[in-house]
Design a protein around this ligand. Sequence first.
Ligand code: PLP
Length: 371
Amino acid sequence: MTTPAFLLTPGPLTISARTKQSMLRDWGSWDSDFNAITARLREGLLAIVHGEGTHECVPMQGSGTFSVEAAIGTLVPRVEGHVLVPSNGAYCQRIAKICKVLGRKVTTIDYAEDAQVRAEDVDRALQQDPSITHVALVHCETSTGILNPLHDIALVVARHGKGLIIDAMSSFGAIEIDARKTPFDAVVAASGKCLEGPPGMGFVIVRREPLQRSEGNAHSLAMDLYDQWVYMNRTTQWRFTPPTHIVAAFDAALAQYVEEGGLAARGARYAQNCRELIDGLAALGLKSFLRPEIQAPIIVTFHAPTNPRYAFKPFYEAVKARGYILYPGKLTTLETFRVGCMGQLGPRGMGGAVEAVGEVLRELELSTVPA
Ligand SMILES: *Cc1c(COP(=O)(O)O)cnc(C)c1O
């Protein structure tokens, strides 16, 4: 096997050797040792948002989208439910699409991809349409890397007495969400992002009261968070086959997260990666897409080199040959590429990636700055 490249992508990302090692064992899904891992994991995840005593952590099989869909389907009533989605990127659009597929009424507030959601706009929309029951907000919009002002929006939603469902997939564990200060009904995230586990399971941190009220809302048997929660509390087991190796590895990743220093340390490491990346590529003539004030330290969108010789694929292949996997852009009109700040980047860290991009720009004669 060749040495695998570091993943500079928004999940899956490069996980530690210790986390990989923890998957070299089989577990019985009914076994008490395994169920103790599930219980510990649920507690640990809840503690990250300080939700002990007020919220419940309900794990769900599948990728992150499965948990977003489960949260909407379980918490938003089928008949009278109406979801407001402030939308500034592809993951916001995905939530609106989930609502449509599930037959939940949805209204969007549409923004440009480089504009933050504004709490005033949410306030006005809730004032104008009292039939809205929930707001679904993406915390860090991974399609660009923009950070939305969660806390201010949460206060507005709470003031109107509506439910807030947060897609915190790419922020959970690295950017603060504190249930004691920021009111929400549900926060959705997954194993394979900032907590640096392998992909394969998601989880929803739900406030007890709306969770208790959600019985019978779900359109789906497998995606019913209420049922998963009740069954898990009664039996300590997952309702259907759990992703055992992923659960064990996620538990190991969470232990390392705590050892590293939790949210403060994880957030600081990503912020350092992000600065090194933006400064390093700027020196090579590559500009980032977002203003620094609204850039989350998770993933960065860069304008592609302006040289007409540029195409993403050969650029990507050449950087990959130097040990780093980049990510394509997701903007509708501009030619861009993305670089993630998450994961275990090895001893050379982000500096190694910046160096690789510099070498490739010279090799492919794409450089816009003199050598
Ligand atoms: C990764 C991500 C998801 C989930 O994507 P999956 O491919 O289903 O894991 C949802 N929302 C955001 C903001 C994400 O970054």
